[in-house]
Ligand binder design. Structure first.
Ligand code: ZN
Length: 249
């Protein structure tokens, strides 16, 4: 049994399709960690793709809440705010209802894995660095917690004793990194963002959870960034949202 793990797709159809082309043949099901929309210019197309995947477990992110009209975008910068308003105006009524009904995390997948958007304690909280990881470990209910929200691939590992940290983004130039889940240890793993990476690598990021092998594979794939940028510009969204895709920032 293998799950494709998708986080922070953010309305980027070109990135999502590249990930699905690269991974879909080798997976049985799908987990979605939230922020399906926001920033990117293909919210309906991306929601339709995700709905067609029928993910085993699917939770909302902060951008999904705002685009669905469930929450005011108080902490959003001007570009994110503009994108959220545009997304809200662009959604079909059916997709808007679908977004509104997305459950919050954390959500249990199986005996080994749970998923959340920000942290197991708070879907809106950012997990950056070992200190945040330490408090997140206290709230986690499974040995492996997959999280998103920061758009930065990462793996935090807690051994009996002090938490140790591996930052996967330091593995420059590598396309895959496999985490073997040791039964004595606990893990917080961020697959990175499908649709708006922020670790300086413009490639779409995703993960594959292999239940039988007890591994989490973190992977990257090239996608046509220029097409996603053109779509953002054609929609009249802030140009910074197009530029940052090429920078992976
Ligand atoms: Zn996000």
């Amino acid at each position: 049994m293998r799950y494709l793990v998708l986080s922070d797709i953010h309305g980027n159809l070109e990135a999502l399709d590249a990930v699905l082309r690269a991974a879909a043949a080798g997976v049985d099901d799908c987990l979605v960690l939230g922020d399906v929309v926001g920033y990117g210019a293909a919210p309906n197309e991306v929601i339709n793709r995700v709905r067609a995947l029928r993910p085993r477990v699917l939770i909302r992110g902060n951008h999904d809440k705002v685009a669905a009209g469930l929450e005011m975008p108080e902490s959003f910068n001007p570009a994110a705010l503009r994108a959220a308003q545009w997304t809200s105006d662009t959604l079909t009524p059916e997709n808007r209802t679908w977004l509104q009904e997305l459950p919050p995390g954390p959500a249990i997948v199986d005996d080994l894995v749970e998923i959340c958007h920000g942290t197991p304690a708070d879907e809106d909280e950012y997990l950056f660095g070992p200190r945040d990881a330490r408090s997140a470990f206290r709230m986690a209910r499974r040995p492996v917690c997959l999280f998103g929200h920061t758009h930065v691939p990462a793996c935090y590992r807690q051994q009996p004793g002090e938490p140790d940290t591996i930052m996967v983004r330091e593995l420059d130039g590598e396309s895959v990194h496999e985490v073997e889940v040791n039964p004595d240890e606990r893990y917080l793993i961020n697959p990175g963002a499908v649709g708006q990476p922020r670790d300086g690598d413009e490639r779409a990021a995703y993960a594959i959870y292999d239940v039988d092998r007890r591994t989490i594979l973190l992977a990257r794939v090239d996608y046509p960034v220029g097409l996603a940028q053109a779509r953002i510009r054609a929609a009249g969204l802030p140009d910074v949202l197009a530029r940052r895709l090429a920078l992976g920032r």
